[in-house]
Structure formats: structure tokens, C-alpha cells
Design a protein around this ligand. Structure first.
Ligand code: ATP
Ligand code: MG
Length: 283
């Protein structure tokens, strides 16, 4: 049994449990239990505040955790980053009053900076030889300059709208963060096998994301051109149709290029194009 710590509520909760469900692990967090077992896979979920996740993984109370890289870096525990998960994207940035001129990090010399991330900030200031005072506050950091608690802030930014609403501007990005899967690095052989299976399934989920399955009828003499348009995983599948001179062509395409491919294929005579969702891809 492998124990995975995830955020009990908050920004990462839904996507963490959705990811596990996507790879076929039946996670039931509806009852809001602190610990619950998956019904169809040897994992147990531990629901915690995100602040506590790096610690429980480091001390072995959980084998794995899903948490923001920002929390991992701030806590500084000796944990392994097993995989970046591609959601919960944000950055930790320094921001100053909008009206202030900014010519570089020396701006912060002698200033007071409010933050909930003192360890990461302290490291950044040291690396840049800046002597500033750090004022630790745990919430509503963005109001600190207006409330005259501090001159500047060091906080999580995603869209930047909170900064704008508080008359602040982002001047230094210190850390790019996203949700990560962390581990303690010493699993029993059985649990290592469970983790290997999780990684195998996550890889498949990652590859299938943003992909569509496309099939169409195409004149036989247009096949070469179609193959140029559709470089599939190995090569497109081509099957003869009952109608002479025609075949059916199947391929997997990136969502991003889907519509441009559709137009190119139509231009060489493709008809009856079907586009389907891809459930899983295993290479
Ligand atoms: P908890 O109650 O579990 O301690 P929290 O209030 O500390 O929750 P949330 O606001 O739920 O944390 O954010 C969790 C994580 O989501 C952050 O640590 C960060 O990695 C990520 N995140 C992504 N975008 C944002 C954002 N715009 N603001 C805050 N966090 C964000
Ligand atoms: Mg927290």
C-alpha cells in the first residue's frame, strides 16, 4: 500500500484527485475523510493542508505527495521531485508600488518586504547581495504596501490581476512553480512497483492529453501527400474501402494543429473526416 498526500481543499485539490482518477485510480474524496483507500488500486490518500505535505513525505508518514513546487522549496525538506505535473502553474515574484521606478534588484536594499515565503526570499536576497528586512505575514500579502506594513511584497502571481488591483507591479520573477509529485526516495520494493505503475500510467495520460484521433476517406492517389501532412506516431493506418480507388486513413494529431490539418487534407480530396477523443496512448 502506497500512501499519497494531497491538498484537502484549495487550488490543487481538484486537479490532484482528477489526475489520479485519469490514470484509473478510484479516489473518493467526497466524504472528506482524512485518510481513504482507493477501491481498485493499492494506494491510500492522505488529505492535508499543502503546507504539511513536504514534511509528511520527508518523515515517511506518506510515500508520495502532490504539492506546489513553491511549498517544496520553501520548506526545504529533503524530498525528491519525481515528476512535474503541469497544473497549478504560478510564479513567486517580487512586486513594488506601481509608481516607483525600478532599475534593478538594488531597489530592495534597505527595504522591508512582506511575504509568506521567507526562506525562498532570503536565499534570493543573499544570492543578490541585498540587505532587506523580511516581514512574514501568512495571508493578504498584497495589501502590505498600501497598509504600510512593508515597502514591497514577495508573493505568488498567476494572472497578475491581484497586483494590478493593489497598485503593484511585478519586477522580479524568482521561482516558476507548478504542482509536483514528490517522494521520500526510499520506498519498499512493493511500493516502488506501485510507483512504477503510477508513472507508467501518468506518462500515458501525458502523451494522450491534447491529442485527437482522426479518420477520413481519401483517394488512393492522395495517400503520399496525406502522409506528409500527418506524420503519425509510426505512420498513419491505411485501409482499403469497398469503393475502388478510395481508402480510409487513420492518424493521431495534436489538437493545436488539428484545424490546419483538416484544411490541408480537404484540399487533397479527403472526405468524411471524423475527429474523436483519445482515451489513452501507450507507446
Ligand atoms: P492550504 O489550506 O492547503 O494551506 P493554501 O491557502 O496555502 O491552502 P492555495 O491557495 O489552495 O493554498 O494554493 C495552493 C497552491 O496552488 C499554491 O501553493 C501554488 O503552488 C498553487 N497556485 C497556483 N496558482 C495560484 C494562485 N493564483 N494563487 C495561489 N496559489 C496558486
Ligand atoms: Mg497552505
Amino acid at each position: 500500500m502506497l500512501r499519497i498526500a494531497v491538498q484537502s481543499k484549495g487550488r490543487l485539490n481538484e486537479e490532484s484527485t482528477a489526475l489520479l482518477r485519469e490514470i484509473g485510480i478510484d479516489v473518493d474524496d467526497s466524504k472528506r475523510k482524512y485518510i481513504s483507500k482507493a477501491s481498485n488500486f493499492p494506494v491510500e490518500m492522505l488529505y492535508l493542508r499543502d503546507d504539511d505535505i513536504p514534511g509528511v513525505v520527508a518523515n515517511g508518514s506518506a510515500d508520495l505527495g502532490i504539492v506546489g513546487l513553491n511549498e517544496v522549496m520553501e520548506k526545504g525538506y529533503d524530498v525528491e521531485i519525481v515528476e512535474k505535473l503541469g497544473f497549478g502553474g504560478c510564479r513567486l515574484s517580487l512586486a513594488i508600488p506601481k509608481a516607483d521606478e525600478y532599475e534593478g534588484v538594488s531597489y530592495f536594499d534597505g527595504k522591508k518586504i512582506a511575504t509568506s515565503y521567507p526562506a525562498i526570499l532570503n536565499k534570493f536576497l543573499k544570492e543578490n547581495n541585498i540587505k532587506a528586512t523580511i516581514e512574514v505575514i501568512t495571508g493578504s500579502v498584497e495589501i502590505a504596501p498600501a497598509a504600510r506594513i512593508a515597502d514591497a511584497i514577495f508573493d505568488i502571481v498567476s494572472s497578475g490581476s491581484t497586483l494590478i488591483a493593489n497598485n503593484l507591479k511585478e519586477v522580479e520573477i524568482v521561482l516558476d512553480s507548478e504542482a509536483v509529485l514528490i517522494g521520500s526516495g526510499n520506498l519498499s520494493p512493493e511500493n516502488q512497483e506501485i510507483l512504477n505503475e503510477i508513472m507508467f500510467r501518468m506518462e500515458s495520460a501525458r502523451i494522450s492529453r491534447g491529442k485527437k484521433y482522426m479518420l477520413m476517406n481519401i483517394p488512393e492517389d492522395a495517400i503520399d501527400k496525406a502522409i506528409e501532412i500527418l506524420p503519425a506516431m509510426r505512420s498513419p493506418t491505411i485501409m482499403p474501402l469497398a469503393a475502388k480507388g478510395w481508402c480510409s486513413l487513420h492518424s493521431v494529431v495534436d489538437n493545436d494543429s488539428l484545424w490546419s490539418k483538416v484544411h490541408q487534407l480537404k484540399a487533397i480530396g479527403a472526405e468524411g473526416i471524423l475527429i474523436l477523443n483519445v482515451e489513452k496512448i501507450i507507446l
